[in-house]
Design a protein around this ligand. Sequence first.
Ligand code: 5AD
Ligand code: FES
Length: 347
Amino acid sequence: MINIKLIDKLFENQMLSQSEFETLINNRNEETSDYLFKKAREVRENHYGKSVYLRGLIEFSNYCKNDCLYCGIRRSNKNADRYRLSQEQIMECCEIGYKLGFRTFVLQSGEDPYYTDDMLCQIISEIRKNYSDCAITLSIGEKPKASYKRYKNAGADRYLLRHETASSEHYSKLHPNTLTLEARKKCIYDLKELGFQVGTGFMVGSPFQTTSNLVEDLMFLKELEPQMIGIGPFIPHRDTPFAKKIGGTCELTLFMLGLIRLILPKVLLPSTTALGTIDPRGREKGIMAGGNVVMPNLSPVDVRKKYLLYDNKICMGDEAAECRVCLQKRIESIGYEIEETRGDALK
Ligand code: 5AD
Ligand code: FES
């Protein structure tokens, strides 16, 4: 009963305290989850109706200079088969994507210094020139503010950089000591100041994560008010130090998605590939819990198997067109529809 009251409070746009959130998360059950999802859908439909937005993900390099303990493309993973796409190959992905109705391209890579700011700006301006009606999103990690500014001037609109966890102590257990939460947050605030539409987020069930950490994530998100929030379950990768750690659950990820929809009603909330990986209907369930974005892969099929952040990733052999059709069917099977627009966040 107390939990239903807390959900109602969130629904009425009142924030909860740290301990109220902890109570809600720790005592969740099927009944409270169903109620939360119902309220989350109501909020989402008030703002976005039944529309689900598409983002075409182009994974253009799996080289990475960092060594995050959870990530399959970390520098130390000698088993990763490294690749880089040329500007021409990236443009081909956009061309295929545009024909399939994509109006957002997400350029994602490890932190790969091979691509200089000049090269990146050339790629961005080329996409901007050819696809004036599309949004360009970057997801290429931590950079100096001056670099972010150059990308913005070249035509990039959005930037994804997950905070991973809002607790510095927890952050230091997931990353080598060359990476800090402070530096990560500085980048996120730099991006915001430069006028990017910012996406951040975290993994659910990452090693050493506590309920209190999850609530800290929610508090950070409320304060930052990003336009987009990407969350997905942690999934162990066999060639990382976290190979033997337990992964996050679909159930808790869905609960967090529902909470985020109530805390930030207008946020863009993807139902992630990681969620679809641990549950065959994970992406549909994510939409039913308040999500309104899907991010299928536009990378060429021959490099897909190489961009493995975690084990058993789905869609490895599927052409972009197959994923497009597959997702459309999945979205329609639950009464929602894909909208072929840029899908910008509401103000
Ligand atoms: N399991 C789930 N998500 C992961 N990411 C990286 N490694 C994993 C993993 N093993 C997520 C991180 C990163 C995003 C691109 O992918 O949150 O920010
Ligand atoms: Fe890729 Fe279903 S989304 S095959």
